[in-house]
Ligand binder design. Sequence first.
Ligand code: KIV
Length: 320
Amino acid sequence: MDEKTGQRGEGRGERSPTHLKKRGVRGPGSGVRASARPETAPITVTVPEVMAAKGMRRLVMVTATDEPSARLADAAGVDLVLVGDSLAMAALGRADTLSVTMDEMVHHTRAAAAGARRALLVADMPFGSYQTSVADAVRNACRLVGEGGARAVKLEGYRPAEVSAIRAAGVPVVAHLGLTPQSMHAFGGYRVQGRQAEQALVLLGQARELESAGAFLLVLEAIPPALGRAITRAVGVPTVGIGAGPACDGQVLVSADLLGLSAGPLPRFVRRYAELDAVIRTAVEAFAADVRAGAYPADEECYPDPPGLEAVVARCLAEG
Ligand code: KIV
């Protein structure tokens, strides 16, 4: 903190609007174009690295909604940060994901991109942004990359034409099968998918076709573990499960769920790793109590009075 200006100096002057350009830019092969990656730029997780993880190590993905949540996930060492449309509930107080707009997704993705400097940042394509036409799908995927700073996009359901066209535009695509919340009305609610053999085989076939269409990663949500295992074995790209059993190549959770910031009832697959709602409430209650008791701020939390100032202002007040 600068005593004269009262400014908080974060020492992060390198985070200029051009910082995205400074990410590690890897040329063909394993070489790094030295001119494109200054010494200070962070090493980033790339799409080829994520694909190469299959069968080698488990992938970790969490959601983020803004700069702090993306920065902390990044610092925790996750492989992928997802700006999921679940931010509708996690950050915007909505009942479901259906009302999130492209502008909102771009806004939140841009904030998260400022924090996810190493992890691969994936942005969800919101409801209505890719169902209308393949051209809309490509245009909106490009917005999430160009305006939002995402390095890949995710879309729900069996959409091989859209996956292929977005991929052809140079944007890496994550596909999402199983319980795809944007189709909740068609499913009749949030229901486990693929429980019947026929439906399970359809999902297995769709997973293969989405891989052929160019998806580099598959998110599998709320399906029986046996189907999660079968799809993971059947495709050459990694699978990341959320309620899809332990055999997936990685796991993803919504950060608000794992951190204890979301209200119940919670899906069966959620494991709480913290109860941050209680931590935050206790901290704000303590601040409120200190303010009301006159215990905040203390002397050391005030800027020192310059010599003579008190006398000058007292004289000024006395003179009217
Ligand atoms: O929106 C989201 O958070 C997601 C995850 C549940 C994978 O799509």
